[in-house]
Design a protein. Structure first.
Length: 661
């Protein structure tokens, strides 16, 4: 039994979680579950990154203190991880005192090594990455950040510097002598080339930034957010606490594995700065840093600043978290980018889960119940083509899981399902039930089918924990506590099989696509560009039922798909060169306010709407108007002349973000 420490990045609290954050956490959870089943002692850590300029700015925009914003977003993370059944052993917030102690201790060790000095600092700074860039690294024109595509700002101040240059050679040596240190190989080569071209010392403090950890011994300086954030991997284990015993000694100083899972956007911080800090402090390095690719939408990285994120709520509500877990791991080649689409999601669900897994499981269970008095068949089988494929699949699955090649692991399991199906079709047990009754031959055939499904469900336990347990129950097998169950022969004989329940009801794709498109502008009678403006016709989904022809009636569920939320107008201004449009910033209870455009400038003056409570359609696809993005729509009625009347509650006190129904 080994010790295994696995971490996710700690997520910024200026954004609510989207499927990119979920992906990293699902990967960590899957690996943690797999290693626990394999017999390792595991510590799985996740958490939130709460300091820095970004958070300070986001909080100021919303008129709250940074810690209030952090508390709000952290509770969303906790909720979401609970819904996903994440099995983390620790959750660290960088605003916790135990974290500050860890940061201070790390800095003390770096300072003792003689690796800190004070010097003036100038350069191009992206506030979203909280990182300085060289001129060469920025996109031109406009000195734009390569990740956020936003202009970087020129910064000049007195800072503390870390002697990163001193670690150029040790880092190269480390990378060369530890082939698995940076994965995948392409990332390793990239980092190696970056280090080899020469490292400049790194500024590790900021002057005059209020929201952060004060730099020990240097009043007026705040610890650079990345030095602060990276230290979470130690502080969460108890580093810096008196005695430093507990998980820190076992999981960081012990001889087990230490795996950081990250997105490719934060490679340099993890593969260059972090190991250099650790080398300087005389501490062990992670054994492996694995960078995965990005989830894209419309060919761009999904991120709040680009405005193209997929939020998980609707998908989870409709399909449950396990289906999203499966999709994310099945669809992305770990290490490369992948594109999210609703169509791809429903196709994957129907073909893999409803059809291959669900149908096979319920078919064999139903036949076995019919043939053997409601129980699993009495006789197992040790010599058949399914077994041969199963043995190969088990080996492949294990190898792929060890390499974080989830797509390959899942593909292997599905090959076993395909083989089992072919085997059943060739032997037609449904006919044998009638022709020969509960014969030994029928017993072996159906037992093979159940056994194949049991093996697939066992392999799925780390990926879809709740669903895999349901599939195992459906084929009469218990949930195993160890990966030893991943061997041929585990299906018990003559145990009761439960009444089959639909595991994955098939989704009507056309209906699904129409439903998710329904609240969007394209499905409404209004032209797309006009849709986010209340002066436009009210979308069909919210038209009064009495006036609607019978064919256009919708049920309550469909209505509830339109997410109407209360909003409070924070700012409102006219849009230059437009006689109709007003630009609003509206608080709808999210981490950041929404920018919403509305065509009511002829009827309302901006200043009279600041502070107004309004009704926002919150789940509209964003639309561009006069080059500005509208992230929702305000509801309005019309007067007899067709002029908009903004809908506002008749008395104050509605909570921003509360649902309107
Ligand atoms: O960078 N596709 O936090 P963050 C895949 N606080 N993964 C994505 C993704 C996407 N479109 N978007 C985000 C930070 N991620 C720092 C980290 S660690 C000491 C500090 C995932 O909230 C991916 O893992 O911006 C990425 O590295 C992480 O979220 C960044 O989250």
């Amino acid at each position: 039994m080994g010790h295994f420490y696995v971490t996710t990045p700690i997520y910024y609290v200026n954004d609510l979680p989207h499927i990119g954050h979920i992906f990293s956490t699902v990967v960590a959870d899957t690996v943690a579950r797999y290693r626990r089943l394999a017999g390792d002692e595991v510590f799985f850590l996740t958490g939130t990154d709460e300091h820095g300029q970004n958070i300070e700015r986001a909080a100021a925009q919303q008129g709250v203190r940074p810690i209030e914003l952090a508390d709000r977003v952290v509770s969303r993370y906790h909720d979401l991880w609970r819904r996903f059944g994440m099995s983390h052993d620790g959750f660290i917030r960088t605003t916790e005192p135990r974290h500050r102690r860890g940061v201070e201790e790390l800095i003390r060790r770096i300072e003792d090594a003689g690796d800190l000095y004070v010097a003036p600092h100038e350069g191009w700074y992206c506030a979203s990455c909280e990182t300085f860039f060289t001129e060469k690294e920025l996109a031109m024109p406009g000195h734009r950040c390569p990740t956020h595509d936003r202009p970087a700002e020129w910064k000049s101040e007195q800072n503390l510097f870390f002697r990163l240059s001193r670690y150029e050679k040790p880092l190269l040596e480390w990378i060369d002598s530890h082939p698995g240190f940076i994965r995948p190989e392409t990332r390793r080569n990239e980092v190696r080339a970056f280090v080899a071209q020469g490292l400049r010392d790194l500024s590790v403090s900021r002057a005059g930034l209020g929201w952060g950890i004060p730099f020990p011994g240097h009043p007026g300086q705040t610890v650079y957010v990345w030095l602060d954030a990276l230290a979470n991997y130690l502080s969460a284990l108890g580093f810096g606490a008196p005695g430093e015993d507990g998980p820190y000694r076992t999981f960081w100083e012990g001889d087990g594995e230490r795996l950081h899972l990250i997105g490719k956007d934060i490679i340099r911080h993890h593969c260059v700065y972090w190991p250099a800090f650790l080398l300087s402090a005389g501490l062990p390095l992670p054994t492996s840093i694995w960078a995965h690719g990005w989830w894209l939408r419309d060919q761009k990285k999904m991120s709040k600043s680009v405005g193209n994120v997929v939020r998980p709520d609707d998908l989870i509500e409709r399909f449950g978290p396990d289906v999203l877990r499966y999709f994310l791991l099945r669809e992305m080649v770990f290490g490369q980018d992948a594109s999210f689409s609703d169509e791809g999601f429903v196709d994957r669900y129907n073909s893999d889960l409803a059809n291959d897994l669900g149908n096979t499981a319920s078919r064999v269970a139903t036949l076995a119940r019919q043939a053997f008095g409601g129980a699993t068949p009495p006789e197992p089988c040790d010599d058949n083509p399914v077994r041969t494929v199963a043995l190969a699949v088990i080996a492949e699955y294990r190898e792929a899981m060890a390499e974080l090649a989830f797509q390959d692991a899942l593909r292997a399991l599905w090959r076993l399902l395909a083989e089992a199906n072919q085997y059943l079709v060739a032997r037609e047990p449904w006919k044998l039930i009638r022709s020969e009754g509960p014969s030994p031959r029928l017993s072996r055939i159906l037992w093979n089918g159940l056994e194949a499904v049991r093996l697939v469900a066992t392999g799925l336990l780390p990926v879809m924990p709740e669903t895999a347990a349901r599939v195992l129950a459906a084929v009469g097998s218990p949930v195993p506590a160890s990966l030893d169950a991943l061997a041929w022969g585990g299906t018990p004989n003559g145990v009761p099989l439960p009444e089959p329940q639909p595991l994955f009801p098939r989704i009507d794709k056309e209906k699904f696509m129409a439903e998710i498109a329904a609240p969007a502008p394209a499905a409404s009678p209004a032209p797309p560009a006009a849709a986010p403006v209340p002066a436009a016709p009210v979308p069909a989904a919210v038209a009064p039922t009495a006036a609607a022809p019978a064919a256009a009636r919708i049920d309550i569920q469909r209505f509830m798909e339109v997410e109407l939320r209360m909003g409070r107008v924070l700012t409102c201004e006219a849009v230059p060169k437009s006689s109709k449009l007003l630009r609003f910033s509206v608080d709808i209870g999210e981490a950041a306010p929404r920018q919403i455009l509305a065509g009511i400038a002829r009827e309302y003056r901006p200043e009279e709407l600041v502070g107004a409570e309004v009704v926002v359609v919150a789940n509209l696809e964003p639309a561009k108007l006069m080059g500005l993005e509208s992230q929702g729509m305000l509801l309005a009625a019309t007067d007899p002349e067709g002029r908009p009347i903004l809908l506002r509650p008749h008395k104050p006190g509605a909570v921003p973000g509360s649902r309107v129904r």
